[in-house]
Ligand binder design. Sequence first.
Ligand code: AMP
Length: 194
Amino acid sequence: MRLILLGPPGAGKGTQASRLVELYKIVQLSTGDMLRAEVAAKSAIGLEAKAIMDRGELVRDDILVAMIAHRIDQDDCRHGFILDGFPRTIAQADSLALMLSNKGMNLDVVIELKVDDAALLARIEKRVADDAASGRSVRADDNSETLKKRLLAYRQQTAPLVSYYEAKGLLNSIDGMQPVDVVWQDITTILAEK
Ligand code: AMP
C-alpha cells in the first residue's frame, strides 16, 4: 500500500496517518518531521531549511526529492508507506512518479482532506493553545501569521496536485471537516475498495 495524504496544514493528515500506520503496518513519511529533525540536528539541510520553514514557505524541491528518494529505499518501506506532506509541488510529484517507476513501484491512491481556511486557522490556534497549556513545545511555524503563509503556499503550489492526481485516476476527496472518526471511516472505506 503506497498512498499520499494531501491537504492543507492542520487538515488532520498526521492524525489519520498515525491510524493508518497502526492498521496497515506501513510507515509514515512526514517530510515536515524529517525537516524538523534536520533543523534539530543543525545539519546543512536543517540550517538552510529553518528560516524558510519559519516563514511558512516551501523548502527547495531538490532537497525534498533527495530526502524522499533516500527514505523509500530503506527496508522498512518495502511493505508500503504513507506520504504525509509530500509531494507539495507538481515538480515534486513528477520526481516521485519517476522515482517510483524506476523502482517498478506504483502509487495506489491519493486521499485529499478538504478543509476550508477559517476552520484551519481555528484548529491551529487550538493546537497551539492545547500544547502551551500542557507544557508541550509549540511549533515555531504554528502561529496565525505563518499559518496564513503556509495556507497561501498550499493554495498556490500544492492545490494544483488535486487535478494532477485526478487526471491520473488516483484522487479520492474526503470532507476533512467531519469528526476525526468519520474521516477515518471514509478513509478505510476508500482503501477497502483498492
Ligand atoms: P508540515 O509539517 O508538513 O506542515 O511541514 C512544515 C514545513 O516544512 C512546511 O511549511 C515547509 O516549509 C516544509 N516542508 C515540509 N514538506 C515539504 C515539501 N514536501 N516541500 C517543501 N517544503 C516542505
